[in-house]
Write a protein that binds this ligand. Structure first.
Ligand code: IMP
Ligand code: MG
Length: 421
């Protein structure tokens, strides 16, 4: 049984936590896209872990984890993440496998990301400034460097020198600080040495595991509406965050995938710029006052709004979502009434799917259906049937409006605050 897990909204749906739960029934967890722009939070007992590049599955003993070819890797930050986990007693040797064809995020990618955002001014994308866009840009332009290069210091240094020269010219033209080749070279070669024991041909390894009937779980990062093809372009990230990315980012073909699990919050959030039709100050203020909805990677306050079924309906379609995990139900515990967007009204037309033009999306007005709140805490609930009836109805409605089967409900950050629907 191979499973793909994706975010059905704008990222931060609670994928890290659901992956951690689903890892119980998997042998291998694979990241196939994105980079350290991701921030997956998992709380186990009193411990809180925030993972950026390493699959959340690493927190379960005996499970193996893969960083696939579709991921972009900042080796210095990956080494820091590995060492941080080791310090906390998590053993990685023999459990973490990194693709030799994954592309590198280099310091010039970060500088370019920052400089371009700065130049865009009010039209900025609101990126995480981790260099993700420029790194994928180099990959597509065939000017990227990969881990396989880093493993051969001479080859790496020659390519790096040439890339730094070219990128310094661009950085300077954008008003940024040029980079020093020897500094970058040294820190990257050092990180490369530390990563070497983990680097393999993950495509072949994964196929061998698949043949042995090992259960593989693909951990999506970001969310459907940040997908470079299906998201609210240009306010997106630079990878395919939808189900197809699991195949291209790992080498496991589509027909080997058995099911797709979509994760969505019981409301909507987005961090960064771009349209968000159901955005609502009242919902944002309520959640922020509860100390919720601050980014795990950048600490930015997330924009919040009502659940948008137009968005999740589209997410179900492009990902082929079979089962749903609904998280953060407890965020709505204090409300007497809850709204859900069931359609958009756009220039006099009723839309059931979002328009492709981000500009057009700005003109869409949500059509809401009202639901009764339950106005009592749900964080202590451990069985679906023990939820307040209004909460059960609300969850069933979200699944029905999205068009997939409700499988998992989460009422808090803790591993144990999760149950089957
Ligand atoms: P980038 O991926 O850093 O280029 O950022 C592009 C857009 O995606 C920005 O709006 C970011 O806030 C958003 N983004 C990137 N990664 C994540 C994530 O893991 N969760 C939520 N939003 C993200
Ligand atoms: Mg996150």
């Amino acid at each position: 049984m191979n499973t793909i897990l994706v975010g059905a909204q704008w990222g931060d749906e609670g994928k890290g936590k659901i992956i951690d739960v689903l890892t119980e029934e998997a042998d291998i967890v694979v990241r196939s896209q994105g980079g350290n722009n991701a921030g997956h939070t998992v709380e186990v007992g009193r411990e809180k872990f925030i993972l950026h590049l390493i699959p959340s599955g690493i927190l379960r003993r005996n499970k193996k984890c893969v960083i696939g070819n579709g991921v972009v890797i900042d080796p210095v930050s990956l080494v820091a993440e590995i060492e941080g986990l080791e310090k906390r007693g998590i053993k990685l040797a023999g459990r973490l496998f990194i693709s030799e064809t994954a592309h590198l995020v280099l310091p010039y990618h970060r500088r370019l990301d920052e400089a371009r955002e700065h130049r865009k001014g009010t039209n900025k994308i609101g990126t995480t400034k981790r260099g993700i866009g420029p790194a994928y840009g180099d990959k597509a332009a065939r000017t990227g460097l990969r881990l396989i290069d880093l493993a051969q210091p001479k080859v790496f240094s020659a390519k790096l020198r040439e890339r730094i020269e070219e990128n310094n010219a661009v950085i300077e033209s954008l008003g940024g600080e040029p980079l020093s080749f020897p500094e970058v070279e040294q820190s990257y070669l050092e990180a490369g040495k530390k990563l070497r024991p983990y680097i393999i041909n993950t495509v072949v390894w994964l196929h061998q595991q698949d043949e042995k009937k090992k259960r593989i779980l693909f951990e999506g990062a970001q969310g459907t509406f940040l997908d470079i093809d299906f998201g609210t372009y240009p306010y997106v990230t630079s990878s395919n965050t939808t189900a197809g990315g699991a195949s291209t980012g790992s080498g496991i073909p589509p027909h080997r995938m058995d099911r797709v699990v979509g994760v969505m919050k019981a409301y909507t959030t987005r961090v960064g710029e771009g349209p968000l039709p159901t955005e609502c100050a009242e919902v944002s203020d309520m959640l922020h006052a509860m100390g919720r909805e601050f980014g795990a990677t950048t600490g930015r306050a997330r924009r919040c709004g009502w659940f948008d079924a137009v968005a999740t309906r589209y997410a179900r379609m492009v990902n082929g979502i079979d089962e749903l995990a609904i998280t953060n139900l407890d965020g709505l515990d204090t409300l007497r009434q809850i709204q859900v967007c069931v359609a958009y009204e756009c220039r006099g037309k009723r839309l059931l799917y979002p328009p492709n033009d981000a500009e057009e999306l700005l003109h869409c007005r949500p059509i809401y259906r009202k639901f009764a709140g339950w106005n009592q805490p749900t964080c202590g609930v451990r069985h679906f049937k023990k939820l307040p009836v209004a909460a059960q109805k609300y969850l069933k409605a979200l699944a029905a409006l999205t068009g997939a089967k409700l499988r998992i409900v989460s009422v808090g950050a803790q591993r144990k605050q999760t149950f089957e629907a």
